[in-house]
Design a protein around this ligand. Structure first.
Ligand code: SAM
Length: 304
């Protein structure tokens, strides 16, 4: 994980350090901060703890792929391209892309203002935007659109009939779209991970979200007019067999499930102690089972 240690950490410059409790934008539940908007179906918080997790998760993804993207856009990025990151979170991908490709303009949009507001490169920009609404961009305006980890954000209907059609509209002919996703069908699950994963799926289903979205994305891209759809797959292990990576990947998993302790334990009518013991057993379980997961990059282009 040596690459990750040199990367930008931006949590100090996000709005989450403001006086949150007086900010009507946010609400607090069980000690975690969420957007104060019941129309948002996303189940995870947006506080500093979650920002740290998303930053770490960025480095895990980058390590798995040994790159920030796979679409064939390197040359246009070097010359100067217009790039949009959908649901950018704390903006770690945007900031890295902006510093790697100084001639390009990289914009990130997210419903939660957890991205840097001031300290950022000149060619990086962030905007608060609900991605299930019409996007405030002209037709044919971006060379490359990136989105990552939207599995617990969008309903199938939104993927298919709202978000991808909008992205097709604003992408330039010949431009590329790239969606990176985690496949929630974790392989070689032991009983504790199985229970937690089932809880996550039920939590998402309660919001009409199907987090097992990877098998659907290529079809959604085709249906929306994207062509030359290419699917790249990678795998990563949770356990000690993959050293520091495996440890951090499991920490990321545990951090998600710490945030979901109340909803999942109540779905299963389980005490907090019982829930905690599921988390406590995970390390041994993933080591014994050689548990691993798959990640995908789905790439498509808008016909010229
Ligand atoms: C799992 S995070 C992924 C963040 C980032 N793409 C990454 O890979 O680090 C999902 C993000 O989607 C954002 N989000 C949730 N619902 C949204 C919506 N309706 N419109 C825009 N962003 C949304 C959340 O605020 C969160 O930052």
């Amino acid at each position: 994980m040596n690459k990750s240690t040199s990367s930008t950490s931006n949590s100090e410059s996000t709005t989450s350090t403001f006086e949150d409790s007086n900010n009507p934008l946010f609400k607090f539940e069980n000690g975690r901060r969420y957007l104060n908007d019941d129309s948002i179906q996303y189940v995870l918080p947006n506080d500093d703890e979650e920002i740290d997790r998303l930053q770490m998760q960025h480095y895990l993804f980058r390590y798995i792929w040994q790159s920030n993207f796979s679409a064939p856009v390197k040359e246009i990025l070097k010359c100067g391209a217009k790039v949009l990151d959908i649901g950018c979170g704390p903006g770690t991908w945007v900031l890295e892309m902006a510093s790697d490709y100084p001639r390009s303009n990289i914009m990130g949009i997210d419903i939660a203002p957890i991205f840097p507001s001031e300290i950022k490169p000149m060619n990086a920009e962030f905007k608060i935007q609900n991605i299930t609404h019409r996007l405030p961009f002209d037709d044919n305006s971006f060379d490359y659109i990136h989105m990552r980890l939207m599995l617990a954000v969008l309903q199938e209907e939104e993927w298919k009939n709202i978000v991808l059609p909008e992205l097709f509209r604003i992408l330039k002919p010949g431009g590329y779209i790239e969606s990176q996703e985690f496949d929630f069908r974790i392989v070689n699950q032991g009983p504790c991970m199985k229970k937690l994963a089932e809880g996550f799926i039920l939590c998402c289903n309660a919001k009409n979200i199907n987090p097992i979205i990877c098998p659907r994305i290529p079809g959604y891209l085709h249906e929306n007019g994207f062509v030359s759809v290419n699917v790249l797959k990678n795998t990563a292990y949770y356990g000690s067999s993959s050293g520091r990576f495996g440890k951090l990947a499991l920490e990321d998993f545990v951090s998600v499930f710490n945030a979901l302790k109340i909803p999942i334990s109540s779905i299963f009518e389980m005490s907090e102690d019982e829930y905690q013991s599921l988390l406590d057993n995970l390390q041994e379980e993933v080591d014994n089972n050689e548990t691993f997961y798959k990640v995908y990059r789905f790439i498509g282009t808008k016909p010229i």
